[in-house]
Design a protein around this ligand. Structure first.
Ligand code: ADP
Ligand code: MG
Ligand code: ZN
Length: 500
């Protein structure tokens, strides 16, 4: 794949206005699939959670999962949408091996939720209102695994395996209106929007919302138009970008790629594109016109969904606090400065810190671990923090070990690395490796005397009031005790020795 030529980002924004549009698929965490009683768990052995309905055998009859409908209504309400009093399902017809039925049961012109909006804060602190066009229910397709070739994609593969466990898993697709006016912050807004959707569906309890597992998937549409032009430019749709960071990078890349083409008199092809994390680039997928004809028609085997007013209002009454209010409340409870709090929000660590505090850690300690060492380790491993195997309970335990003086920060970092390596809980690791800070005076004095023997001038210096000389001895003691000496106590003992 040849890397396309890109225009400098600032220059691109001087010349063009950016328009984005986001389609987010949220996988619901119902017990069973959308239209049949198969278990909604595609982590099982391939093709074990399948039945005549979800693979569309002739004569099988689907029935709608009530909880999936309620979850969809909850999502719609949380996004400020109106809920349709009646909505038909539709068949979206196409052939692909991951779709045994040869049509996807979806909603077309009668989505369950429509016309909402979501306020999204970007890292600079600006808030953009994103219009929600609709949220509709549909079923997921199966999963293809392409074997051979080296791209993992169908092109160049020798053969493909298909697993229908995911076929029929309930999805809600949330589609924004075109978002104008974000300018240079469009990439950040795209990522922050998806993060907000994730926060909302997690708070609602309707999805596990793990991006790395594909519970939340995003297609990012991007177009440019010269400033002042009314007509929207031609968009590309980058498919299934599966981390927040990739969304931001993909949008930024498309802006620069399209700007280069347009500025050189070229035209943008309306097409789907694929994001390549390793190359930091998108590549062309298939051409996609607005008039792609899926021969949608109303699903004859399902009655329309007609949620009663009472049902809608009862769901509305149980909606959790909206994420913006929650942020305000948490910042006040934790007494974080604006900048500290913004860092936490931008890193998507609110839940983790809330859980860590609930597990007994002080808010500042929880913040320092999550935004500091844990974020750093995630970054060095090129992973999302959520993909690391460290729980809020682990971090709370770690924070308490430091707080109580059993270990210091430096040992704490070592313990954390061991937790990530799956060696156990922090207390267990500290016990097993004997990492507790040594504050036993006998042991410390022995190490001090040894260090003083090597640096006899230090005692005299301290007696003369030159305390900076103590550093060398403290350092030597630390080194001798593998960093586990209680530094404050070493200093005290050293001063005592000097006054003897
Ligand atoms: P499709 O079937 O092609 O996926 P959808 O209506 O589901 O179409 O989604 C298209 C998305 O692209 C929406 O979020 C819409 O707001 C957005 N969009 C439409 N036109 C443009 C454009 N010119 N530039 C950027 N985004 C656009
Ligand atoms: Mg779409
Ligand atoms: Zn089934």
């Amino acid at each position: 794949m040849a890397k396309a030529e890109l225009m400098n980002y600032e220059k691109a924004l001087e010349q063009f206005e950016v328009v984005i549009g986001l389609e987010v698929h949220v996988e619901l965490n119902t017990n069973t699939k959308m239209f049949c009683g198969c278990r909604n768990d595609f982590g099982d052995e391939p093709n074990t959670n399948v039945c005549p309905i979800c693979i569309g055998l002739p004569g099988s009859l689907p029935a709608v999962n009530k909880r999936a409908v309620e979850s969809s209504i909850a999502i719609g309400l949380a996004l400020g949408c109106s809920i349709a009093p009646t909505g038909r399902f539709a068949r979206k017809n196409y052939f692909y091996p991951d779709l045994a039925k040869n049509f996807q049961t979806s909603q077309y012109d009668e989505p369950i939720a429509f016309e909402g909006s979501l306020d999204v804060e970007v890292p600079s602190g600006k808030v953009f209102t994103v219009g929600i066009e609709r949220a509709h229910m549909e079923e997921d397709a199966g999963k293809l695994t392409h074997i051979g070739g080296n791209t993992g994609r169908i092109h160049g593969a020798e053969y493909s395996l298909v697993d229908y466990n995911r076929a029929g898993v309930p999805l809600v697709e949330i589609v924004t209106k075109p978002v104008l006016g974000a300018g240079a912050e469009a990439p950040e807004l795209a990522a922050a929007y998806v993060r907000s959707i994730r926060e909302i569906v997690k708070a609602l309890g309707v999805s596990d919302a793990r991006m790395e597992r594909g519970n939340v998937r995003c297609d990012a549409n991007v177009s440019l138009r010269p400033h002042g032009q009314e007509k929207l430019g031609t968009r590309t749709e980058t498919k299934n970008v599966n981390s927040l960071r990739s969304i931001e990078r993909a949008v930024r890349y498309e802006i620069q790629r399209q700007a280069h083409i347009l500025a050189n008199g070229g035209t943008i092809t309306q097409e789907t594109r694929h994001w390549h994390e390793d190359k930091g680039a998108t590549s062309a997928g298939r051409p996609k016109s607005d008039a792609d004809d899926y021969r949608y028609f109303p699903e004859p085997d399902l009655v329309p969904v007609q949620p009663s007013h009472e049902l809608i209002e009862s769901i509305r009454a149980t909606l959790p606090e909206n994420p913006a209010d929650r942020r305000k409340r948490l910042q006040a409870e934790w007494a974080f400065a604006d900048l500290e709090f913004r860092d936490v929000v931008n890193a998507g660590l609110l839940d983790q810190i809330e859980e860590t505090v609930a597990a007994g850690a002080k808010p500042q300690a929880a913040r320092k671990w999550w935004t500091g060492e844990i974020a750093r380790l995630a970054n060095t491993e090129d992973k999302e923090i959520e993909a690391l195997s460290v729980s809020a309970a682990d971090v709370a335990e770690l924070a308490q070990l430091v707080e109580s003086g059993k270990i210091n920060d430096r040992i704490g970092r070592e313990v954390l690395a061991a937790v990530l390596a799956g060696e156990g809980t922090p207390s267990a690791i500290v016990a097993a490796k004997g990492l507790e800070v040594v504050s036993d005076d006998g042991a410390l004095l022995a190490a001090i005397d040894e260090a003083l023997a090597a640096q006899p001038d230090v005692i005299e210096a301290i007696r003369e009031g030159r305390m900076q000389a103590a550093g060398a001895v403290i350092g030597a003691v630390m080194k001798a005790m593998k960093g586990q000496a209680d530094a404050a106590r070493v200093r005290e003992l050293l001063v005592q020795r000097a006054s003897e």
